[in-house]
Ligand binder design. Structure first.
Ligand SMILES: N[C@@H](CC(=O)c1ccccc1NC=O)C(=O)O
Ligand SMILES: [Zn+2]
Ligand SMILES: [Zn+2]
Length: 206
């Protein structure tokens, strides 16, 4: 069994959404003071690095992070190569496989993870309904958002939500071949949360 880590490293270099809270880690209580242990503390946006959006992120009445169904984040996943596309259309989504519930889009459009990208590819408006028909309840992107970065209406977030499809963002798929995998990307159990960083991994089916 081969585990493939598809998570971003969290550090002060991890780019945050413009204006949002950057990642910060420090040792709040060093061994020299506590006498026995180093104890760290962290501060960050819940939308930093590799993370999931809880529906509460885009709907006041939506599910919170601690209310999410974890089965969605332990899923048979198809990685689809969309490298070079500026809009991902229904026709690009061709996976074969039984019981696939997650689709991960490999765009390779966010190459330098030290900086926030200027523009990113997005999903076509017909894609969410099509994915729902295929039994998909989670999508993942190797990008900081599923919508255009300057969008305030977040039409793709809402179109996915209308089809009860959850969102995973900021995965790293550069070295991952298109194909079938088992995905594990568990959110933290943050009470009332709007999202959560995750440690996302794939297990190769080969
Ligand atoms: N939709 C993005 C985050 C996002 O839109 C955002 C994050 C922090 C501050 C503002 C944001 N969006 C709109 O102004 C995401 O899900 O990570
Ligand atoms: Zn997010
Ligand atoms: Zn999002």
């Amino acid at each position: 069994m081969k585990l493939i880590d598809i998570s971003m490293t969290l550090s002060k270099e991890t780019p945050n959404w413009p204006g949002d809270t950057p990642f910060h880690y420090e040792i709040a209580w060093p061994m020299a003071e506590s006498g026995s242990v180093n104890v760290g503390k962290i501060e960050a946006s819940t939308h930093i690095g590799t993370h999931i959006d809880a529906p509460f992120h885009y709907d006041d009445a939506g599910q919170k992070t601690d209310e999410l169904d974890l089965n969605r984040y332990f899923a048979k996943a198809a990685v689809i190569d969309c490298t070079g596309l500026s809009e991902i259309k229904k026709d690009h989504i061709n996976f074969k496989g039984e019981a696939v519930t997650a689709v991960l889009f490999k765009t390779c459009a966010w190459q330098n993870r030290q900086v926030f990208p200027e523009s990113i590819p997005v999903l076509g408006t017909e894609v969410p309904a099509y994915l729902k028909e295929q039994g998909i309840n989670l999508i993942g992107v190797d990008l900081p958002s599923v919508d255009h970065l300057e969008s305030k209406e977040l039409p793709v977030h809402h179109a996915l939500y209308a089809q009860h499809i959850n969102i995973l963002e900021g995965i790293v798929l550069d070295e991952v071949e298109a194909g079938m995998y088992q995905l594990i990307a568990m959110p933290l159990k943050i009470k009332g949360g709007d999202g959560s960083p995750v440690r996302a991994v794939l297990i190769s089916e080969k």
